[in-house]
Structures are given as structure tokens and as C-alpha cells.
Design a protein around this ligand. Structure first.
Ligand SMILES: NC(=O)c1ccc[n+]([C@@H]2O[C@H](COP(=O)([O-])OP(=O)(O)OC[C@H]3O[C@@H](n4cnc5c(N)ncnc54)[C@H](O)[C@@H]3O)[C@@H](O)[C@H]2O)c1
Length: 366
């Protein structure tokens, strides 16, 4: 089998891992890494034994597929050039900065007849893969995604940076359009929003609550789903999936409390889990690397021409919903009045200190 000639455009924090993994694939030849920061391109290329470039242009015509891992503001410009040349593209999430840009990428990929995949990596989390196989129709969902401040992705806010993962997962799970969006959030460091809570109401009656922050001390990434079929809880960090469903007895007869004597009622709480509610805990394979799965899937789509699991249209769907969350955020009235402060930048000034401020001693000599 011919080796696929591939390159990674943007080899910063995440892109260097795309490049490392591609360099290890026996059916791929990593023909180059590109970074506008020349030193970074050189350092990663030297580590992986490939050629550094400070611009992607020379690679057009010399590659069979690319991974675009530049900051989001550059996704469209870079990906469009490759798609125009008929080169399949894996572009990191969010697909682009705007839906209009995403539409253009999708049209270019369609015109060239090549796969366009978007890097919504949680779709490759083994716990989510297990859940997605099962017949579940979510009616109430809670998603929490909290991470420490990294200083990266500050060209965008937390909705496009982190919440978009859960927006994509929700759209994939619920499979219905969103009717209404409510959102509140604050820009703690200025610039863009850093923490957001959103409520989504889907046209099929499902309701989802999402809380996302990029300024918490400890990472937490969880999804909890209630459905007529049962409950599903995912911990994306440990890759654990917990499933709970009603037993056949409970589905058929319910709990017949009226027919129970005192002894049966006393036993009830011990019988809830087991007799009435059955639990299955699935431990995801902690060795399975999600980025490798995502890249292998892309390679497979390039070879077969199959539609990627996370297509350009999926990336666009998540982005469009993210834009609706951002629009709802911007209109949230903090004081409940139409003419009062609004949106993440309009947080009212503090009324006082929660505790006496700690005086930091600065070592000016250092
Ligand atoms: N899927 C995920 O879970 C996940 C996680 C982190 C980041 N991301 C996404 O990956 C992308 C990159 O994030 P990062 O954290 O690696 O950022 P980063 O800033 O660490 O790296 C980006 C690199 O791209 C280079 N660059 C900028 N413009 C370029 C251009 N036009 N051509 C070539 N190189 C260019 C920069 O010099 C830098 O080295 C973002 O879109 C981000 O949203 C996705």
C-alpha cells in the first residue's frame, strides 16, 4: 500500500502531537511540519526526522492529506487553500471562527469530493463511543467541562474553546434542532468569556444544562444523560461510562408500594439497586489514545473516501450552536433591567471583598 504523504500545519501545543502520531503510522509518510514560528517548525521537524516549513504553500501538490492545527483564526485561510487543491483536511475544532467560513470550507470539500474532518476529539473517547452505540433518547442532559487556565486559545472564548465539545456531543446524541438558548457568563480576565452556563431546549423536548469554565483549579469533564431508556454518566477524564436501567420487573409493574407489608418496605432501599435499577460500569481503555483514534479514522476516510464521523457539517452545526450561545450571553441582563449591564463584559462591579485581600510581597530584585 502506498504511504500517504501527510503534513501538519501549526505544530504548537497540540499540533506537535498530531505530527508525532502521524510520524509513527506505518502507512503514513510525514513529509513536513509547518509553523509560522520558524524555530518551532525546526525543533519539531528535527525531533521527528522530517522537513520544517514556515509556510504551507510549498506543500500544496506534495501532500495527500493535511492536519490543520493552527489557532482558530487561521483555520479557514489554511484549510481553504488545501481543499481548493483537492487535498483532504482534518481541521482542529472549532472548524472556523464563523459559520460563513465553515460553509465555504464545506463547499470547497464537496466541490473537490474530498473528506473534511473536524477535530471534535471527544467523539473518539471510548466512553462516548460505548454510549453512542446504545439506543438512548436523551431527555435531560447535564454537561460540565472545567479546566485550569492555560493561557492558550485566548484568541477565542470558552464557548468556542471548550463548550463546543459538549455542543457537538449533544447534537450527535439528541439528533434534533435546538429551539431555545439561554446563557449567562463572565469574562474574568477580560477579553473573552471564561465561564458560561447555558440551557438548551431542543425541539424534541430534550433540555440540556451546560457549565463550562477555563479558570477552575481542577479539571472535570462529565456528561450525565437521563432518558426513557435509563441513565448514562460519562467521566471523560477517566473514560468511565456508568449505565443504569430499570429492571424488567420495574418496567413491567413499577414498585407496588401499596401491596407491600412493613418488612417489604424496609427492604426496599436495599433492593433499589439490583432488583429495580440495574447498573453497568464500563471502564474505558485508558491506553487507547483518542488523538491516535481520530487521526487513524481520518487516514481511513482519506483512503476510502468515506464521510468522517465528525464531518464539516457536524463542525458547522456545533459552531452555529456556539454562536447562538454567544448571542444569548451577550444579551443577558445582569440586573434584570433592559437598560442595565449586559453580557460577559458587563459584569457589575464588585460590592466588596469576600475576605481581606492577601498582600503579595514582590521581590523586585528577582
Ligand atoms: N481537540 C481538542 O481537544 C483541542 C485541544 C487544544 C487545542 N485545540 C485546537 O487546536 C488548535 C491549536 O491549538 P494549540 O493549543 O495547539 O495552539 P498553539 O498556539 O499552541 O499552537 C498553534 C501553532 O500554530 C502556529 N501558527 C499560527 N498561525 C499559523 C499559520 N498561519 N501557519 C502555520 N502555523 C501557524 C503558531 O506559531 C503555533 O505554534 C486550535 O484551533 C485549538 O482550538 C483542540
Amino acid at each position: 500500500m502506498n504511504r500517504l504523504r501527510m503534513a501538519v500545519i501549526g505544530v504548537g501545543h497540540l499540533g506537535q502531537h498530531h505530527a508525532r502520531i502521524l510520524s509513527l503510522q506505518p502507512d503514513v509518510e510525514l513529509v513536513g511540519v509547518v509553523d509560522s514560528y520558524t524555530e518551532q517548525a525546526r525543533a519539531i521537524a528535527a525531533k521527528l526526522g522530517t522537513t520544517p516549513y514556515d509556510h504551507f504553500e510549498p506543500l500544496i501538490g506534495a501532500v495527500d492529506a493535511v492536519s490543520v492545527v493552527t489557532p482558530t483564526i487561521h483555520h479557514h485561510a489554511v484549510a481553504a487553500e488545501f481543499l481548493r487543491a483537492g487535498v483532504p483536511v482534518l481541521v482542529e475544532k472549532p472548524i472556523c471562527r464563523t459559520v460563513a467560513e465553515a460553509d465555504e470550507l464545506i463547499a470547497l470539500a464537496d466541490a473537490a469530493g474530498v473528506p473534511l474532518q473536524v477535530g471534535h476529539i471527544e467523539r473518539f473517547n471510548p466512553a462516548f463511543e460505548e454510549l453512542a452505540k446504545r439506543p438512548i433518547r436523551p431527555k435531560f442532559v447535564e454537561a460540565e467541562r472545567h479546566g485550569p487556565f492555560t493561557g492558550r486559545s485566548i484568541d477565542i472564548g470558552v464557548v468556542l474553546d471548550l463548550m463546543i465539545h459538549d455542543l457537538d456531543l449533544l447534537l450527535a446524541l439528541v439528533g434534533a434542532p435546538v429551539a431555545r438558548v439561554f446563557a449567562v457568563g463572565a469574562a474574568v480576565f477580560g477579553g473573552h468569556e471564561d465561564m458560561v452556563n447555558a440551557r438548551l431546549e431542543f425541539e424534541n423536548g430534550c433540555v440540556a444544562h451546560l457549565t463550562t469554565s477555563r479558570i477552575t483549579r481542577h479539571a472535570k469533564r462529565r456528561l450525565r444523560v437521563w432518558a426513557p431508556e435509563g441513565y448514562a454518566g460519562i467521566d471523560f477524564v477517566t473514560r468511565k461510562l456508568t449505565l443504569v436501567q430499570q429492571s424488567e420487573e420495574l418496567r413491567e409493574h413499577g414498585i407496588r408500594a401499596g401491596e407491600m407489608d412493613a418488612a417489604a418496605k424496609a427492604r426496599l432501599k436495599d433492593e433499589v439497586f439490583g432488583r429495580y435499577l440495574q447498573v453497568l460500569n464500563l471502564d474505558g481503555d485508558r491506553k487507547q489514545d483518542q488523538l491516535t483514534s481520530e487521526l487513524r479514522h481520518f487516514i481511513d476516510c482519506v483512503r476510502t473516501g468515506n464521510r468522517p464521523r465528525v464531518s464539516g457539517a457536524d463542525g458547522r452545526g456545533a459552531l452555529e450552536l456556539a454562536e447562538r450561545v454567544l448571542a444569548a450571553l451577550r444579551t443577558h441582563p445582569w440586573e434584570g433591567t433592559a437598560d442595565g449591564p449586559r453580557g460577559p463584559q458587563g459584569t457589575p462591579p464588585p460590592a466588596g471583598w469576600l475576605f481581606p485581600p492577601v498582600q503579595l510581597v514582590r521581590n523586585h530584585a528577582a
